[in-house]
Each structure stands twice: as C-alpha cells, then as structure tokens.
Design a protein around this ligand. Sequence first.
Ligand code: NAD
Length: 362
Amino acid sequence: MRIPAATLRRFIADIFEAAGTSPAEAGRIGRYLVAANLTGHDSHGAVRVPRYVQNLKNGEVLADRTISIERETPVSAVIDGNDGFGQTVTPQAVQVGIDKAKASGLSAIAFRNTGHLGRAGDWAEMAAEQGLVSIHFVNVRGSLLVAPFGGVDRMLSTAPFCMAVPIPGRPLLLLDFATSLVAEGKVLVASRGGKKVPDDALVRPDGQTSGDPATLYGDLSGAERNPENGGGAIRTFGLHKGSGLAFMCEILGGALTGNGTCGPRAARRGAIRNGMMSFYLCPDLIGDPAEIAARAERYIAFFKSSRPAVAGGEVLVPGEPEARTRAEREANGVPLPPESWASIVAAAQSVGLGEASIPAAA
Ligand code: NAD
C-alpha cells in the first residue's frame, strides 16, 4: 500500500499526542519519521512508531525534554539530551552547533543521552539548510549487534557516520550510512521471508560468513525475533576500513561525548541512547562560496562521467538516491508493507485512538 506523506505525518502526530507528548513534539516525530520514509530509509521511518510508543509508555524516553548545556566555549559545547525524544532534543543541540559555527566559523558539539535520533542525515541536512558543512559520528549505547573486522563477537552497534556539503543550486551532497554491512531491520525482513541479505552480511561464531538470519536470531521456527538468541553477529562494511570507522564512531560518539560506549553492561540496559560528536564548518571561512561551488560542480561532472559498470547503469553522488526517492514518494506516497501498517494501527489503538482517527489504508 501507499499512503500520502501528509496523511502519514498527521496520523503519527495524532498517535504521539494521544500517547502524551505535546502537539509540537508529536508533529516533530511525525515529520522526521516520514522524512526517513521519503528518503528511502524505511528502517528509520514509520515502522519505528510502535517501539517509540512503547519507549514512552515504559518511561525509557521522556516527553517534551529540553537539552542542557553542560560545558561551553564560543566554539564548542557538551550537551545532554536528558533522555528526550531524539526528534526534539537533537535539533536543539544541532542548532547550538549551527549558531556557534555561524558566529565563529566552526564548532564542535558533543551530544549525549538522547533517545533514538533516527536518520543521522536529518541533522546534516538541518546544518546544510543554514549553509554549513557538517560531519557527525554517532554511537548507539545499549545496542550490540556488530562484530569488528577479524572478530566474531558483538562489540559494536550499527553506529552511523554522516556528512554533508551544501552546494547552492544542487541536491545536497550527503553521505549517511550505518557502519554495519546491513541494518538489523534488513536481517529481520529476511528472517520473515522478505528480501535476502548478502551471503557475507553476517558472521557465525565459527568465523564463517553467512546470509542466514538464524545467525543473528537463533531458531526461526517461532514468531519471536530477538537478536539475544543468536550466536553470530552482523559484519561491518568495508573490511578493516568500515570496522575502523565504526570503532571511531564509538570513540567519538560514545567515549568523547560521555554518552557511554557499547559494552557488556550497557548492552543490558533498557532503551538505546545515541551519542553524537558533530563538527560544523562555515564554508566561507575557507574561500569564496561561488568558487567552491564551481570547483565542486566540475568534479561532480567528472565523477559522474564514468562509464557504467553495467549496461544502463549510472554513477550517482552521495545524496542523489535520497533526493530521487524523495521526489518520487512525495508525488506517489510512502510505500508501507501491510505488516508495518498493521503494527502502526495497533500502536494507535493502544493509545486510545478510535476508528475515526485511523486513515483508510490507501
Ligand atoms: P545505505 O546503505 O542506504 O547508504 C546510504 C548512503 O549511501 C547515502 O549517503 C546514499 O546517498 C549513498 N548511496 C546509496 N546508494 C548509492 C549509489 N547507488 N551510489 C552512490 N551513493 C549511494 O544506508 P544504511 O547504512 O542502510 O543507513 C540507513 C539510515 O540508518 C541512515 O540514515 C543512518 O543514519 C541510519 N542509522 C541510524 C542509527 C541510529 O542509531 N540513529 C543507526 C544506524 C543507522
């Protein structure tokens, strides 16, 4: 089924308002989750609603929180998210970084203790909308899923890395990915008979690579899918290089920020917490924006002029797939598998929304 983005945003906002957040926070949650769907990152979109509702009900994430700035200089800040929704406290922290970079040319912001901050690309996009280059190293305390290069045990989260460079007049250059070879959500889908994950996406305890979801979840005969039941792990992308980047996300996003790194004790706590070390740069500190844009455009044209590896293929720059998917889904609606839709409707009913508040499935 496909559902218009505006309808989905409104429905998600209604759910969170009924669950106990302010209308403003409910609207933000709807906006950011649907933005993930619009950019094609469905694993970070509306499918998260039931888990977020559960987090709120359990007191694992708190409604309508405000950040606190714990240390500050003109070019830096250490900011606590106070266990708020990532969709509320992260933009507050990012705006501090933007304001400092606009005033001083650059800034570094250590951000910790936020609920799930969703798609890291949202935050680089927010900075880019205000003219800034930014780089973000994120960790996920409390989520152990990924084995390091050379190992078989889970020592890492899916720790995303993200950066964006705004070039006026063209879609944002945006690199934004998990450092795991695949997201856990993709293994989950495969375990339920959906699209398979690559044969080397997982690693078994004996060191053999695998594409079998049982490596992560153990016995697949029942309905339950709990990564605690599997003996294996997801692999990092890019061999030692991706593993090294994931490690640095833990060091910067977890150790430096004070969010806390992955570890056996943290892994046993309830809801996950993101930490994010961010760097913001005003490009006109470096040079004339028009000259920078012209140099970048020349290189982008050169880069894209490669002959395709497969007939009819094309070389894309980072951010291009997201921009294309957004245009298509804004026009045609967000595709949602029936099971995802049913789980969102169930979450709506669990917070007391009646039939009249549930949009007809398109
Ligand atoms: P992905 O594998 O789809 O990679 C996305 C990146 O690769 C984008 O920059 C995209 O522009 C680029 N890209 C994709 N196809 C391309 C192509 N054909 N040519 C050139 N570039 C291409 O992303 P992912 O690893 O599945 O991550 C999905 C999302 O999950 C991200 O937004 C990430 O921030 C988010 N995430 C969040 C958390 C968290 O704890 N908050 C944890 C993990 C991931």
